[in-house]
Ligand binder design. Structure first.
Ligand SMILES: N[C@@H](CCC(=O)N[C@@H](CS)C(=O)NCC(=O)O)C(=O)O
Length: 296
């Protein structure tokens, strides 16, 4: 589980914090997942917004809490937990509220969460190509150098491989001036394969593990919502997934969370119009046969 050791943490103040604190960003998919989880459990938590657009996630202070410089991060009674799926497991085990990770279906649940986590960079690719122009996301060399140097660089006391992967992602982004068409096609292909699998599971039941909502639904809902915003025609390609998404959208505790900030929606609408006119929408690039009307 992603509980950090004291050696990993440079911002020592948080070690004295009591209660539940979440570092998060409104438009971050992983933050949305954790917020929904906390909402559905009825847990009171203190909000610490980290503005990714202003790069607050790479400040010395925040990198002293999460050495990866990513949101979300949870602080509970002085313990720091990173990685959204580990945060869900921690909350499920240690905090009160209705159970959302059934132990009798643990291996299935963990398998869905593992696939979701593996697709995280694919989700990023689609977000950073179709939700806003690449300029919005780009970090120049000196920003990357600052990121490399900041924070402990360790997780559980050992050099953090995940930070190296982050750096590699951003170096590729800089080199290619954004996300390439080939990356998009690969990411769409991987999503399509997983959503086909999800579609067949949902043909016989309302939710991923059966009749009630679990962490698997929350995690996958956020991804499905996001790729649809990016222009992936969810309902056209995966009818059952579309039906399930609509059901979850009507559920208390979920509705508000995936919404993008208004300013981001305006940028996204203009960017999508341009992409559509230039024939470089997600469907054009990934050669998908259909387009979908996007709901926000
Ligand atoms: N595997 C991590 C991924 C976290 C992640 O990549 N978070 C994104 C937002 S969804 C982030 O903080 N990005 C930092 C950036 O854009 O600089 C998790 O599940 O928590």
């Amino acid at each position: 589980m992603g509980i950090l050791t004291e050696r990993d943490i440079y911002t020592k103040d948080v070690l004295n914090w009591k209660g539940v604190h979440l570092f998060h960003y409104q438009g971050s998919a992983c933050s949305q997942k954790v917020r929904i989880f906390l909402n559905m459990k009825g847990i009171n938590w203190q909000s610490h917004p980290i503005n990714l657009a202003r790069r607050e996630n790479t400040s010395e202070w925040y990198m002293g809490i999460n050495p990866r410089g990513l949101v979300p991060a949870l602080v509970h009674d002085g313990l720091v937990i990173i990685e959204s799926n580990d945060i869900l497991s921690y909350i499920e085990e240690r905090l009160p509220g209705p159970k959302l990770m059934p132990t009798d279906r643990e291996s299935e649940l963990m398998e869905w969460l593992r696939i979701e986590d593996e697709l995280h960079y694919d989700l990023r690719n689609l977000t950073m190509r179709f939700i806003a122009p690449s300029q919005v996301f780009k970090r120049n060399k000196s920003k990357l150098e600052h990121y490399r140097r900041t924070g402990s660089g360790t997780v559980n006391g050992v050099a953090d491989q995940a930070k190296a992967v982050e750096l590699k992602f951003w170096e590729s982004f800089l080199r290619n001036d954004g996300i390439t068409n080939e990356q998009i096609r690969n990411s769409v292909g991987r999503f399509r394969e997983s959503l086909d699998r999800l579609d067949s599971v949902l043909a016989d039941q309302d939710f991923i593990l059966g009749d009630s909502i679990t962490a698997a639904d929350i995690a996958w809902f956020i991804y499905v919502y996001r790729i649809q915003l990016a222009g992936y025609p969810v309902s056209k390609l995966h009818t059952q997934v579309g039906r399930w998404r609509d059901l979850l959208l009507k559920t208390d505790g979920i509705q508000q969370e995936p919404k993008m900030p208004i300013a981001n929606l305006v940028i996204m609408a203009a960017w999508k119009l341009k992409n559509r006119l230039m024939r470089s929408s997600l469907c054009d690039i990934a050669h998908l046969p259909v387009t979908e009307v996007i709901t926000t």
